[in-house]
Design a protein around this ligand. Structure first.
Ligand SMILES: C[S@@+](CC[C@H](N)C(=O)[O-])C[C@H]1O[C@@H](n2cnc3c(N)ncnc32)[C@H](O)[C@@H]1O
Length: 232
């Protein structure tokens, strides 16, 4: 049987990394990478994940080129961040932002399928979760590749703290409907806001990602969903 939890669809490698980015990856990633404990039943010990105490931990899955994550890191100086992205060019892009900003100490990276990490995170450890423009896999036969499904949502519900926010966005109307339906099927989440297009105050707190820019340039209006993890 196919082990879908060990399969990342889409790109891990694009064009060859530019030499500078390759050097950056080799130099900076080892200290920031989250390695899963060898004991497959063990959860990751998040104490000491960051060199200094953090007020909360936020997670971004599929951070792409890293501009949104880097923004959140800059804007929330007390928070520690975990970013998941299997696409190496994306990881290198994030590292460049973090080094420019001097914020590497507050970020840890899981450069693989986020579902492998989700299974190993402790209960109620994440205060905010971002899943922005996750691959929509529009063809029906590919729907099973979508990140959002009952199993992933159960994992989100387990790792999120009570009252934590889950932010999601997409420009694919089929994936929007799919996500609304699937999340509605999980009693741990309440839809707090559904916004189409844009809103005046968003940029400071929810900046555009690269895929959002592409979507807008192609004339597609994204939909933004904000969920709250209910009390246990
Ligand atoms: C369409 S891109 C969006 C990137 C970025 N969030 C943005 O809005 O510009 C989706 C990203 O999710 C990543 N991705 C796909 N499957 C993933 C998985 N299972 N775990 C973590 N990231 C994944 C891809 O490598 C890709 O960078």
């Amino acid at each position: 049987m196919e082990d879908r939890r060990r399969r990342v669809y889409g790109r891990r490698l694009g064009h060859r990394l530019r030499p500078g980015r390759q050097v950056l990856l080799e130099r900076a990633l080892p200290a920031l990478r989250i390695d899963l404990p060898e004991d497959t039943q063990a959860r990751i010990d998040l104490n000491g994940l960051f060199p200094a105490p953090v007020s909360d931990r936020w997670l971004e899955i599929g951070f792409g080129a890293g501009e949104h994550l880097a923004h959140q890191v800059r804007a929330n100086p007390a928070v520690g961040f975990i970013g998941c992205e299997p696409f190496v060019q994306g990881v290198a892009g994030l590292l460049r932002h973090l080094e420019d900003d001097g914020t590497v100490d507050r970020v840890r990276i899981f450069p693989d399928d986020a579902r492998l990490l989700l299974d190993r995170l402790p209960d109620a450890c994440i205060g905010r979760l971002f899943v922005l423009f996750s691959d929509p896999w529009p063809k029906k036969r590919h729907h099973k590749r979508r990140l959002i499904d009952a199993e992933t949502l159960a994992a989100f519900a387990r790792i999120l703290k009570d009252g934590a926010e889950f932010r999601w966005a997409s420009d694919d109307s089929g994936y929007v409907e799919w996500t609304l339906e699937h999340v509605a099927g999980n009693a741990a989440f309440a839809l707090a806001e559904r916004i189409s297009g844009d809103w005046p105050s968003r940029r400071a707190d929810w900046p555009e990602t690269r895929y959002e820019q592409k979507a807008r340039a192609a004339g597609r209006a994204p939909v933004f969903l904000r969920y709250v993890r209910s009390r246990r």
